[in-house]
Design a binder for this molecule. Structure first.
Ligand SMILES: N[C@@H](CCC(=O)N[C@@H](CS)C(=O)NCC(=O)O)C(=O)O
Length: 223
């Protein structure tokens, strides 16, 4: 089976699928597009003009990172979802909630001023507290083994780890279990290798292009 992931270098949703593909050691090709100027072929294959899309055997196209990840999991050896249907359904719920956490993070990254930053931070923390409150001893979301929930949240943690600590986006006093989970995930090779080599530079540049509160806090990098 030939798998081709269509990606935008900074997209956290694509990254979820790259992590899953790498974790499952599934061979795949990755094609990058510029989301600000997508090529004509992308409009033909992506029903909602969003990445990720996974092209299977050069013809069938799947969309939505959570769905793509379950497909990758289904067609490769072993399972990254709990066998128990109830726990599996709960995992799906948290994966879906992970999208809200990424949206919160995006709102923070584009907050225009201190006031909107504070408002967005309160919202983001309100949502992160929900996960903090139900996380167990770890090291992974489901305990001892890596699952698709881990693949779904790692991109969020990778971005927060690049933000100046002084901003208090993910303070360890408030979120000790989240911070410990984040450290576990960011230490995994499949997470570290799930972005392009100069991701941190591209990300910082992207933040600065937005302007606003977070942009002012990012150090200027030379590329
Ligand atoms: N729920 C989708 C979200 C995907 C998404 O929002 N992708 C962004 C890039 S990070 C995108 O393609 N945006 C282009 C657009 O919305 O026009 C998923 O999980 O795959």
């Amino acid at each position: 089976m030939h798998l081709e992931l269509i990606s935008f270098k900074l997209c956290p949703f694509v990254q979820r699928s790259v992590i899953t593909l790498l974790h499952k050691k599934a061979p795949f090709d990755i094609s990058y597009i510029d989301l600000s100027e997508p090529p004509a072929w992308f409009f033909k294959i992506s029903p909602f003009r969003r990445v990720p899309v996974l092209r299977v055997d050069d013809k069938t196209v799947l969309f939505e990172s959570a769905i793509i990840n379950e497909f990758i999991d289904d067609v490769t050896a072993g399972s990254l979802m709990p066998a128990d249907p109830l726990q599996k359904a709960q995992n799906r719920g948290w994966i879906q909630f992970g999208e809200q956490c990424l949206v919160d993070q995006y709102h923070l990254s584009t907050a225009e001023n201190g006031k909107s930053w504070e408002e967005s931070l309160a919202k983001a923390h309100h949502n992160l507290a929900k996960i903090e409150g139900m996380l167990g001893e770890g090291p992974y979301f489901n305990g001892e083994s890596f699952s698709l929930v881990d693949a779904a949240f790692a991109p969020l943690f990778m971005r927060y780890a690049l933000w100046p600590r002084t901003l208090g986006a993910l303070p360890s006093e408030e979120f000790p279990r989240l911070v410990s989970w984040s450290k576990t995930l960011l230490g995994l090779p499949e997470v570290q290798q799930s972005v392009v080599d100069d991701f941190h530079l591209l990300y910082a540049e992207h933040i600065r292009e937005h302007g606003g509160y977070l942009a002012n806090a990012f150090p200027v990098n030379s590329r």
